[in-house]
Design a protein around this ligand. Structure first.
Ligand code: SF4
Ligand code: SF4
Length: 177
């Protein structure tokens, strides 16, 4: 039997609810009637630990950690079906995008994401292009008659990472390590 945790009001944090409502404006989660339509049509519902209507309810209740630690915010495919179907015009997919940004700023990001940014920073590509990997890729491309790869300038790549804030993901990871 699962042990249920009883939370005291001191453990609730309503800051997310207000931060998101301010940014989403008229399509705010405050209008949600918990009908569950968003969850019933969600394309990734079988893979997430918190269904869309429960994410909204958790936000309204002040369960910040439950929401930011959920895989729902990272597994979403941003297909926008939930937003299109919502009878109360709640822009759930935009809310999820905001939650990703907030979670990233707090360093709560799956390691696959920060590792990918690290690879881009070091190689300029999403897939590592150096050492044995580089030789394999070059050989295959040659066989297929494809032109040589011209690596991007790393200082330019890292400038973009810094300017977009993505570079912070690597820093956060390094601080944790
Ligand atoms: S479809 Fe809209 S109103 Fe219904 S639970 Fe989802 S967000 Fe709330
Ligand atoms: S945008 Fe995300 S949460 Fe909404 S239906 Fe698509 S996968 Fe599900």
């Amino acid at each position: 039997m699962t042990e249920e945790k009883v939370m005291s009001s001191d453990e609730l944090d309503h800051s997310l609810r207000y931060e998101i409502s301010e940014k989403v404006g008229a399509k705010s989660l405050l209008k949600c009637i918990q009908c569950g339509v968003c969850s019933s049509g969600c394309t990734v519902s079988q893979y997430i630990d918190l269904q869309p209507h429960r994410v909204v309810a958790s936000l309204l209740l002040g369960l910040k950690d439950t929401v930011l630690n959920s895989n729902a915010i990272w597994t979403c495919s941003l297909c926008h079906r939930c937003t299109e179907r919502c009878p109360k015009n709640v822009d759930y997919s935009f809310i999820l995008a905001l939650l990703r940004n907030i979670a990233s700023k707090e360093g709560r990001i799956p390691k696959e994401y920060s590792s990918t940014v690290e690879v881009i920073s070091e190689n300029g590509f999403v897939v590592p292009y150096s050492g044995g990997m580089k030789n394999t890729i070059d050989r295959r491309r040659e066989k297929m008659g494809l032109p040589e790869i011209i690596p991007p300038k790393l200082d330019e790549v890292n400038y973009i990472l810094e300017e977009t804030g993505l570079g912070n993901l690597i820093k956060t990871k390094e601080e944790k390590d």
